[in-house]
Write a protein of this length. Structure first.
Length: 138
């Protein structure tokens, strides 16, 4: 599986495992473990969210929150098993693009009834003009 991430200078071709196939520019390849966690989450969780915390362009923490909704419909289904097929998830390219574009911040993927309901991107940027008298931060 491949994703193409557009950079100002080049188009980067990444496999689902995060392996760099094309020119990277300033983007860093993501470890295959990150993609495996995202893929597993997308195919197995019905309700919940996955929070990816990024520092210096690297995923440093992943939080998985899974909720179970008990209803008449869910009582009929014994266990939810994900379709672990080789086909690419429809939102894979969007998730990879958003994840690669964050240097500092977080990406939250929310699932509702097994479908991506929302992708939240929070990016933190240091504003150099607001530095203190001796170069300390905000």
């Amino acid at each position: 599986m491949e994703a193409f991430i557009k950079d100002r200078n080049a188009v980067t071709k990444l496999g689902w495992g995060g392996v760099n196939v094309g020119k990277m520019g300033h983007l860093k390849p993501l470890p295959s473990q990150v993609f495996e966690i995202i893929e597993c989450f997308l195919y197995t969780v019905q309700y919940g969210q996955l929070i990816l915390v990024i520092q210096d362009g690297i995923v440093v923490k992943i939080e998985k929150i899974e909720r179970f909704v008990i209803s008449a419909k869910s009582r009929e289904i014994r266990c939810v098993t994900g379709d672990k097929s080789l086909k690419k998830h429809p939102m894979q390219t969007k998730i990879l693009t958003e994840l690669q574009s964050i240097k500092y911040g977080q990406l939250v993927i929310r699932l509702d009834n097994g479908h991506i309901e929302q992708i939240e991107k929070t990016e933190k940027k240091r504003i150099n003009e607001l530095e203190g008298l001796y170069g300390d931060g905000i």
